[in-house]
Design a protein around this ligand. Structure first.
Ligand code: TXA
Ligand code: MG
Length: 336
């Protein structure tokens, strides 16, 4: 088989004609793999009702079967068609947070093949807010299974170039809609347990969810454990750059920052009292607020990887619920 470079379609998310997405929609209908922007990260999409196409996602990412994929839909109405049960909580949460960075896990219908859900009877459904994703889902008319468009266990892409660098010829079409807004993956909330349970924290936080559905549990932290996992994306050493990542206090950074010869990168939080010397090209300062920090984090880690850093230090983010998802991703990237 001849490996072709993916076809890239550049789309201005502020101003585009949905017809610009027609080739991407056709590719999805043909069973091909299409990377596209969502407001969180870029997804690697395939027709969720086409078993063969979905197998292609697992091959392209090197993702073990058994890791369930999120199915993207154009609307809550379409989500309901693929849920065997659409509970009252789902109705209320979708009305409040969709389109947006929240995935709802519910019982699936048979039209979603088992390969999508890794054999589970449940499916994670999400209606993304990115205008390009929305237009593509409208255009293609089928639900689109899409994990983050990165090789298994690596950093999620927040730019089209991250997709091309990570997956290259394994993708048929890349829709380039510019940088993503949210920057880290969606909140995954299970609605099949006795009470709603966060399986993966994201920028839709627990308190916001509780305003809509009452008490929300957070799945017990299973990062360090090898017990069977309810959400395999929670495994340690996910979302990792190639470089070894270390979360450090400002004091540790100031005291131990290595000299300029070492290939260490630094992600500092703008407000802090960290004053490292050495090469500025390996030092990035991110804002001390969770939203802009999350938006830029993966791009900065991708850049430090590209600069050949062997180790990346990240200044420990503040405590507080707004930082929960960021702290979760850093802990996973730290792995062990
Ligand atoms: O923001 C996002 O969620 C991005 C964009 C592309 O939508 N997608 C994404 O997909 O991060 P992925 O495959 O990298 O992560 C999916 C997460 C995993 O942690 C997986 O275990 C969980 O969602 N998940 C999906 N379906 C599930 C199910 N039926 N039960 C439990 N967890 C599920
Ligand atoms: Mg992922």
């Amino acid at each position: 088989m001849v490996e072709r470079e993916p076809e890239t379609i550049e789309v201005d998310p502020e101003e585009f004609d949905p017809e610009e997405l027609e080739r991407a929609a056709r590719a999805l209908r043909r069973g091909e793999l299409v990377a596209f922007p969502t407001e969180t990260v870029y997804g690697l999409g395939a027709d969720a009702t086409d078993e063969e196409a979905v197998r292609g996602i697992f091959r392209a990412k090197g993702r073990p079967a058994g890791h369930p994929l999120i199915v993207h839909v154009a609307s809550a109405r379409q989500a309901e068609q693929f849920a065997a049960d659409w509970p009252e909580e789902a109705r209320r949460l979708a009305a409040q947070f969709w389109p947006g960075p929240l995935t709802l896990v519910v019982e699936k219908v048979d039209a979603i093949p088992d390969v999508v859900t890794g054999g589970l009877s449940t499916v994670g459904l999400r209606s993304p807010a990115h205008p390009v994703a929305r237009a593509l889902l409208e255009e293609v008319g089928v639900p689109v299974a899409a994990p983050s468009a990165n090789p298994h266990t690596r950093l999620s892409p927040t730019r089209a170039r991250h997709v091309l660098e990570g997956l290259g010829v394994a993708v048929d079409v890349v829709v380039d809609g510019g940088p993503t807004e949210v920057g880290i993956e969606s909140t995954v909330l299970s609605l099949v347990r006795s009470s709603p349970t966060i399986l993966r924290p994201g920028m839709v936080g627990r308190a916001e969810l509780e305003e809509v559905v009452g008490p929300v549990h957070v799945a017990e932290d299973v990062v360090e454990s090898d017990r069977p996992r309810s959400s395999p994306g929670r495994a340690a050493s996910h979302y990792a750059p190639r470089a070894r990542l270390r979360v450090r206090s400002p004091q540790e950074i100031s005291a131990d920052w290595p000299d300029a010869e070492e290939r260490t990168g630094l992600v500092a939080i703008g407000s802090a009292e960290v004053q490292p010397g050495g090469r500025r090209d390996r030092i990035f300062e991110l804002p001390g607020r969770p939203d802009p920090f999350a938006r830029e984090l993966y791009d900065v880690l991708h850049r430090l990887d590209r600069l050949g850093c062997t180790e990346i230090w990240v200044e420990v983010p503040p405590e507080g619920p707004g930082w929960r998802a960021v702290r979760d991703r850093l802990r996973r990237a730290e792995g062990e």
